[in-house]
Design a protein around this ligand. Structure first.
Ligand SMILES: Cc1cc2nc3c(=O)[nH]c(=O)nc-3n(C[C@H](O)[C@H](O)[C@H](O)COP(=O)(O)OP(=O)(O)OC[C@H]3O[C@@H](n4cnc5c(N)ncnc54)[C@H](O)[C@@H]3O)c2cc1C
Length: 419
């Protein structure tokens, strides 16, 4: 039977980055994916903050892999006219097909074995049954995504916590009409237009003209009776004849619930979407998964898998759990509520930029006073906004106490589930 230090199940961004990191640290690593390797992971365009590449020790994308950087990001309430413009947000538009391929090449170059069209079936102690036969490993990393292998045992994500998103890159039939569309919203070609709240509070249509092609991203939570991201995208294309045929893209569900409190179960370790390492306010899992992969590499190289859980939760768990409270709040908002919050300055370019970068805004005294004045102008929403902020702050503080001793984790989880 083949024998490895680690088997990584799933060769998407999280799994491939983990395989590259683990192999780079000298661990004998096998990474398998049930799809052909060139179809593993995300096969569309994703927005990823630049800091995530730096923190993960991965060269940031460039050349064809980098489809956008430094463009302005415009958050529009419904279809307008209210809009917030973010001039600097530090988020890169990435062709995920090329990023995943680069991570595969890096992993292989560092000595990892990568095998496509190989499914993980079941795990018995240190033996993993795969469709290509059993393999033995000290650790099994489950990076198999939302609809994954089931090796890491955890309850399914509730439908109310699933965003169904679709992203497509399309040709432009009529460049003049395309530019006119953006001009109508006061936006330059190359900048992002993000229509929010058009199919429920937590929903977007995000469009960006990238030279000769148009990038479209749509997402919503269908459990609340809203059309799925794919349906929204199809409708948007049908009602804008300047949009041409699809070049590439894809659709899938994204888990929005706060991260799994437990990331390690015996010799099986959860990574990426399996672990709920998704910034739920905009359903972004790439950056967190990449950084988690590096933390995992460091922990396994030291022979202490639980250290990975403790480090990741202390660094990201609180922020992600807190923003999940905001996500739940946002999905109850009507377009009118969103407009009021923008007008009152409770959602502004500082808070939106921070959310884009997956961090908390730092609020100075002047800005705090302005926000309090704004809150006074919208008392009905402020009554809900205040308690939400308090819960966010409580979660942020609580995750900093994530135990470094695994034996204390059950007690910590029982308090966490009450928050
Ligand atoms: C349309 C859309 C747009 C998105 N936009 C963004 C964005 O802008 N920014 C962002 O950060 N995130 C975005 N996301 C979310 C992001 O794509 C995911 O969070 C990310 O892909 C998760 O990475 P992962 O490696 O954990 O899992 P995945 O990418 O799902 O990879 C898991 C891999 O495991 C394999 N696998 C599954 N089961 C098995 C098995 N039994 N055996 C072997 N292999 C298996 C799968 O074939 C797959 O290749 C978007 C998602 C969608 C759907």
């Amino acid at each position: 039977m083949r024998d490895f230090d680690v088997v990584v199940v799933g060769a998407g961004t999280a799994g491939a980055a983990a395989a590259a990191d683990l192999a780079g640290r000298g661990l004998r690593t096998l990474c398998i994916d049930r799809r052909p390797l060139n179809g593993a992971g995300a096969t569309w365009v994703n927005a990823v903050p630049r800091w995530a590449f730096d923190d993960a020790g991965i060269e940031p994308p460039r050349g064809d892999e980098l489809l956008g950087e430094g463009h302005r990001f415009n958050i529009v309430c419904g279809y307008g006219p209210e809009k917030i413009t973010l001039d600097e947000h530090g988020v890169l538009e990435v062709d995920m097909r090329l990023l995943v391929a680069r991570l595969h090449a890096l992993a292989a170059q560092r000595g990892a074995t990568l095998e496509g069209e190989t499914s993980a079936l079941a795990c018995r102690g240190d033996v993993l049954d795969t469709s290509a036969g059993p393999v033995r490993a000290r650790w099994i990393v489950d990076a198999s995504g939302l609809a994954g292998s089931g090796l890491f045992e955890a309850p399914p994500v509730a439908r109310e916590d699933l965003c169904v998103a679709a992203q497509e890159v399309r040709e432009v039939n009529d460049p003049v009409a395309a530019r006119a569309f953006f001009a109508r919203h006061g936006v330059e070609p190359g900048d992002t237009l993000c229509f929010t709240g058009i199919a429920g509070g937590f929903s977007i249509i995000n469009v960006r003209l990238d030279g000769e092609q148009l990038s479209i991203l749509c997402g919503s939570i269908p459990a609340f009776g809203n059309p799925s991201g794919q349906k929204m995208l199809d409708q948007f294309v049908a009602s804008n004849p300047f949009i041409g045929p699809k070049r590439f893209g894809g659709a899938r569900a994204i888990p929005l619930a706060r991260p799994r409190e437990r990331l390690v179960r015996g010799n099986v370790i959860a990574l990426g979407d399996v672990a709920g390492q998704v910034f739920s306010a905009h359903g972004s899992g790439i950056g967190a998964g990449l950084v988690a992969a590096r933390m995992l590499g460091e922990a396994l190289a030291a022979g202490r898998p639980y250290d990975y859980a403790a480090r990741w939760q202390r660094r990201f768990g609180g922020t992600f759990a807190a923003y999940d409270v905001f996500r739940r709040f946002s999905q109850t908002l009507t377009e009118g509520d969103l407009r009021e919050l923008m007008r009152a300055g409770l959602i502004d370019s500082d808070s939106a930029t921070a959310a884009m970068q997956q961090r908390f805004p730092s609020i100075g005294l002047t800005s705090l006073v302005a926000r309090l004045q704004g809150a006074a102008a919208v008392p009905r929403l402020a009554m809900r906004f205040g308690p939400m902020l308090a819960r966010m702050a409580a979660l942020l503080a609580f995750y900093r106490t994530y135990p470094s001793d695994e034996r204390l984790l059950d007690a910590w989880i029982s308090v966490a589930s009450r928050l």
